[in-house]
Design a protein around this ligand. Sequence first.
Ligand SMILES: NC(=O)c1ccc[n+]([C@@H]2O[C@H](COP(=O)([O-])OP(=O)(O)OC[C@H]3O[C@@H](n4cnc5c(N)ncnc54)[C@H](OP(=O)(O)O)[C@@H]3O)[C@@H](O)[C@H]2O)c1
Length: 270
Amino acid sequence: MKHLRLNNKWVLVTGASSGLGQEMARQLANMHKANLIIAARRADKLNELKAELEKTAGIQVKVIVADLSIPEEADRVIAESITDGNLYGAILNAGVTYFGRHTELPWDNFESILKTNVIGVVRMTNNLVKYFEQPGKEGSVMLVSSMAGYFPVPYQAAYSATKAFITAFGSALHNELTNPEFAITVFAPGGIATEMTDNSKFNELKGWLMPVSEAAKEGIHAFITRKYNYVPGLLNRVGNVFMNFLPKKFIGGKMSKVYLKSLNKAQQGE
Ligand SMILES: NC(=O)c1ccc[n+]([C@@H]2O[C@H](COP(=O)([O-])OP(=O)(O)OC[C@H]3O[C@@H](n4cnc5c(N)ncnc54)[C@H](OP(=O)(O)O)[C@@H]3O)[C@@H](O)[C@H]2O)c1
């Protein structure tokens, strides 16, 4: 399959107001000269990024303020992105987590995680697949999942389960596509230093976090080269393969100890 050529093409990035999405947007603009549609809830952050990138990269940026946990809002983001028929790629990156005992996660918060990480992503993917499966259309969609989708992380049970869904969904759909010029990639990072991990609960795990610029660079590489599944970082990739040879219960038990230690230390400091 041909690699994507992003120069002067329109690419949608959801969750571009911080972290991985913001950094991927920066690199897509500055290094690949893509025009961007950036979406998230925080209008101020998106407008700041638009001003920055139009100045530094000389590209065009459209801002869509939307709450992607609401299915109609997810539909609107795609409708506005494809209205002129010029959308070439989409990186569905927006996501939320909860780090703590699952029994302490209020139901409303759980539903919000499910709606943002799963329902919104499926709604957008459905609309994007209809668009890209038309004859003559070329492009790619990348779903941002997590290594937590391969190896369920204790104390992030709900989050891990949403990412397992996204990995299975995107990987299965990849092999249903009929347009040879269109692909779906699942990008599955390990821990990254972003707003998501910038709190005391992650203090004991900070040494494992990948700098966001590196994760973004590898994410864009996976997107452009239209990988099937891609884990950034050599150590993560080796670990991912190695862990397949160990009993899953054993890995889960070890992870449980590490995550609980970090959680307990944060709670003692409160
Ligand atoms: N950080 C990690 O360790 C890690 C590891 C593996 C995978 N990931 C995945 O990477 C992706 C990006 O996460 P990050 O680490 O960059 O976290 P982050 O800095 O917290 O960024 C999350 C982004 O998602 C947006 N978002 C959240 N809820 C939304 C909603 N309801 N509607 C619209 N936008 C929403 C946020 O924007 P607003 O708040 O402005 O709406 C923000 O731009 C997520 O899918 C995450 O699961 C992260």
